[in-house]
Design a protein around this ligand. Structure first.
Ligand code: GDP
Ligand code: MN
Length: 389
């Protein structure tokens, strides 16, 4: 789960990490009031969406006057912002963060990730942070500094000092070490998968300040992170994914054309692989889970078909706890009730498969059936190619 920059900064503040003075607002009037309250001569207006790359896309702007501030807030609130990370249609800006602008001397990148290779939390830092950090990392990987944290003892002082030296922060050693250790505690406490402060700036006055922050939380820990779970903003998520969660379906939207309805996460992954192997791309990951009722299967069809890119559907069920007859009933119901016109390939195996196949064949519907995964994927891709031709 992602959260907004202003929410991440509030967490940093709670952990004693310095952040700029500011507040999130939903209207131009409130923007002016906040600027008034925080004072100073220069403010920054920042679009709050769950995507980075805002600076380059016009979602982060400086104002030297109250008039300009109001103008910027007016432009941003309600607009759509497309960045490198949103896709071309962009994301609607519902709120903006108004902050006192910082005078930046230099921009540092500081992050934590759960690294799959080392199976450890890893600190990542570079002295060349800012909006071009991804490009820099690609061209000059040697400028990225890493420290692997041992989970049994946590992040140690010497590791923090090593990072500080690598960043050229020997003069700001103790405030930096304090920030890094607090950031680590925050990361651990809140079950994050990723956290970035980019940029962490050294101001002209020599202070360190977290100017932007991104945090990603482990969905599997939200049950014990009630305060974090409440920060969830459904407007920022794919509505199909939100609806699927409500129906107890595990759905993730992708960019291909073959809609997949499968039971079990592993089989769903294998099904996606098989689709790619036969020359097409999956439109989604979808796990209907165990004991899927006909209604649940019909809901799965509805959600998959909300994606206009879906030109063929592949149903792949290996039923253990599931029942092929229930799934087949769901497929038939959905095809009739939803007047589905895209080709549907169904592979049923396991519990009650004979009954399941009978239901499909007696439905009189134009369903394509397959015996195994490979055949099913091949038929789905062929059906897709036929539609496209
Ligand atoms: P992102 O592009 O979505 O990562 O948004 P950021 O919040 O990181 O802002 C992008 C860039 O805008 C930063 O790297 C800074 O260079 C600049 N910026 C952001 N806040 C301020 C500020 O308070 N003062 C100044 N001078 N520049 C800022
Ligand atoms: Mn940033």
């Amino acid at each position: 789960m992602n959260i907004h920059e202003y929410q991440a900064k509030e967490l940093l503040r709670q952990y004693g990490i310095p952040v700029p003075l500011g507040e999130v607002v939903y209207s131009v009037k409130a923007a002016a009031r906040v600027a008034e309250e925080i004072g100073g001569q220069r403010w920054v207006v920042k679009a709050q969406i769950h995507a980075g790359g805002r600076g380059k896309a016009g979602g982060v702007k400086l104002a030297n006057s109250m008039e300009r501030l109001a103008e910027l807030a007016d432009q941003m609130i309600g607009s759509r912002l497309a960045t490198e990370q949103t896709g071309p249609e962009g994301q609607r800006v519902q709120r903006v963060l108004v902050e006192r602008a910082a005078k930046i001397d230099r921009e540092i990148y500081l992050g934590f990730i759960v690294d799959r290779d080392s199976q450890r939390i890893v600190v990542i830092a570079t002295a060349e942070g800012g909006v071009d950090v991804e490009e820099m990392a690609r061209e000059h990987p040697e400028r990225i500094h890493k420290e692997v944290v041992d989970p049994a003892i946590g992040l140690l002082d010497f590791q923090c000092r090593k990072i500080a030296m690598a960043l050229g922060l020997q003069d700001r050693m103790s405030p930096f070490v304090r920030i890094l250790k607090r950031f680590y505690r925050c990361f651990r406490d809140k079950d994050m998968l990723l956290a970035e402060i980019n940029p962490l700036v050294e101001t002209e006055d020599g202070d360190l300040l977290a100017l932007d922050c991104k945090m990603v939380f482990d969905d599997n820990s939200l049950f014990r992170q009630g305060e974090i779970a409440e920060l969830r903003d459904f407007d920022e998520e794919d509505p199909k994914e939100v609806e699927a969660t409500g129906h107890g379906l595990n759905y993730i939207a992708l960019d291909g054309q073959v809609g997949c309805i499968v039971n079990g996460a592993g089989l769903a992954m294998a099904t996606m692989d098989a689709v790619v192997l036969h020359g097409a791309r999956p439109a989604n990951f979808l796990d209907v889970g165990g004991g899927a009722s006909p209604e649940k299967v019909a809901n799965a069809f509805r959600i998959v078909l909300k994606d206009p890119n879906v030109k063929a559907i592949l149903v792949n069920i290996f039923a253990g706890i599931n029942r092929c007859d229930w799934v087949a009933t769901g497929v038939v119901q959905a095809t009739r009730d939803q007047r589905i016109v895209v080709p549907i390939v169904v592979r049923l195996a396991g519990t009650n498969e004979v009954e399941g196949r009978r239901i499909l064949s007696e439905s009189g519907l134009d369903l394509i059936t397959a015996e195994d995964l490979d055949e099913a994927a091949a038929k789905a891709v062929a059906a897709l190619k036929a539609v496209e031709a």
